[in-house]
Structure formats: C-alpha cells, structure tokens
Design a binder for this molecule. Structure first.
Ligand code: KIV
Length: 261
C-alpha cells in the first residue's frame, strides 16, 4: 500500500506542485471505492444532506448524522486522509462548542475537520486542540439563505472580499482550503497568495487540487451541473441491472441450479 496520507502531507503537496485529488464519501461502500481509487483525501461532506438524506440543503444536517456517517466511512478508508464536515450550527455559537464538536468527529474516526467561512478563532482553537482544519470559502452552502441561492460568488468587486476571506482563513492555520463556485481567475489569485493548498469545486483549473461529490461525478442521477464532469454512468447501470433482475425473477430465469443449495 502506498504511504498513508496525512494533513501535513497534503500541505506539502503544494510545494511539490502535486495536484491533490479529493472526493466525498458517505458510507462504507463509497469509502472503500474512493480509497481504492487512490484519492488523497476523502471528505464526509455535509452534502450528505442533499445527496443521501434527501434534504433541500445542508442546513438541516446534524452532528449526530455527521458522526454516524463518519463512523461508516472510517471503516472503509485506510490510505486517504479522512476529513469530516462540521455541520451548520456546530461551530458558530462559541469556540468551546466548535472544539467539542470537532473532537466528537475525530472520536468517530475523522483525521481532520472542515468548516465554512472566516471563523478564525474557532479554527485556531481546533488546531490548538491537535485537530487539522480544512477551510472553505466562496459559495459556502451553509449560508445559502444569505446568498439567496446556490450561485457563483465573487464576481466583480465581491471578489476582493473573498480574496481577503481566503487570506484570513489561511493565516488561521488551515492545512488546506476549499474554494467553491468562484471565477477561475479569482481562484488563481487566491492560490498564488495563500500558503495552504486550495481545493477547487467549480473554481477552475488553477487550484492546487480538486474536490467533487462522489454521486455527481459517477452519474448516480440525472442532475447536470456545469462544474461537474460525469466519469461514469452508475445510475443507469444500476437501473438496467435491477430491471434485468426483475425480468428474470418474473420469467423464472433466476435463480437457477447454480444459485441454489
Ligand atoms: O459537503 C461537501 O460535499 C463539500 C464539498 C463538495 C466541498 O463541502
């Protein structure tokens, strides 16, 4: 097995100009597949709210849900760095609460946590507690109500605000930072200005790495998003397989002698 990936090794990849490959996972099966693919970082994203639990956004996701899914993913990841998202409400109210919720995710198996925005005191306190933190700026989905929808952020003069946010988060000691749904030119400017690796999603090709949602890039459903390339068509393969199973049960072709005892 190739060497275990750690937060310091992700940080060091920027110095060697090595792209960081990141993907989400939510359960044992997706975790095993992501780890076996050679991804450097597996994120138990709070996107599990939309992707797995059927919520309209990440806002309803709870600590209990993140802990539950982190435990499952932990059992499937051995090489990649395992990062868990801190859900909405788990770090905003106080620094003490942020630290204890980060600790709960680490006890469930995470090796680092991710949180959205410029909560620099919380980031510093979590890092001081010995837990690496991944930042997240740009279109931060937990603030969707403030943005008025899931749309590209940082166009025009607003770009300067996001640039300053990124520098502030970098200075607070994160080992990497997600840049979500911002213009590629802004992502390039941030990437050049910060020490930590930038991990883009809908932020163009100049970031130090990329992250994508497992179900999106593997084509589990019919949603088409501009920042997503589908590298497989798993949804239609599953539908075809299940249809064939149903046909064979109905016409008596399955099971045969070879499947019987
Ligand atoms: O929740 C998530 O999946 C994420 C990534 C896509 C960055 O935050």
């Amino acid at each position: 097995m190739a060497d275990k990936i750690t937060a310091p090794s992700i940080y060091a990849m920027k110095r060697r100009a090595e792209k960081v490959v990141c993907v989400t996972a939510y359960d044992l099966t997706s975790a095993r597949i992501a780890d076996a693919s050679g991804a450097d970082l597996v994120l138990v994203g709070d996107s599990l709210g939309n992707v797995i639990l059927g919520y309209d956004s990440t806002i309803p996701v709870t600590m209990e849900e993140m802990v539950h899914h982190t435990r499952a993913v932990r059992r499937g990841v051995s090489r990649a760095l395992l990062v868990s998202d801190m859900p909405f409400g788990s770090y905003q109210a106080s620094v003490a609460e942020a630290v204890s919720n980060a600790v709960a995710l680490v006890k469930a198996g995470a090796e680092a946590v991710k949180l959205e925005g410029t909560y620099t005191e919380a980031i510093e306190a979590i890092v001081n507690a010995g837990i690496p933190v991944m930042g997240h700026v740009g279109m931060t989905p937990q603030s969707v109500n403030q943005f008025g929808g899931f749309r590209v952020q940082g166009k025009g003069t607003q770009g300067e605000e996001i640039f300053e946010d990124a520098k502030q988060v970098d200075a607070s000691g994160v080992f990497s930072m997600v840049l979500e749904l911002i213009p590629a030119t802004l992502a390039q400017k941030i990437t050049d200005a910060v020490d930590c690796p930038t991990i883009g999603i809908g932020a163009g090709p100049h970031c130090d790495g990329q992250i994508q949602v497992y179900n999106d890039i593997l084509g589990f459903d019919d949603t088409r998003l501009k920042h997503v390339k589908r590298f497989a068509e798993v949804g239609s393969a599953c539908r075809d397989g299940l249809k064939q199973y149903a046909d064979e049960v109905r016409n008596g072709e399955f099971p045969k002698e070879e499947h019987s005892f």
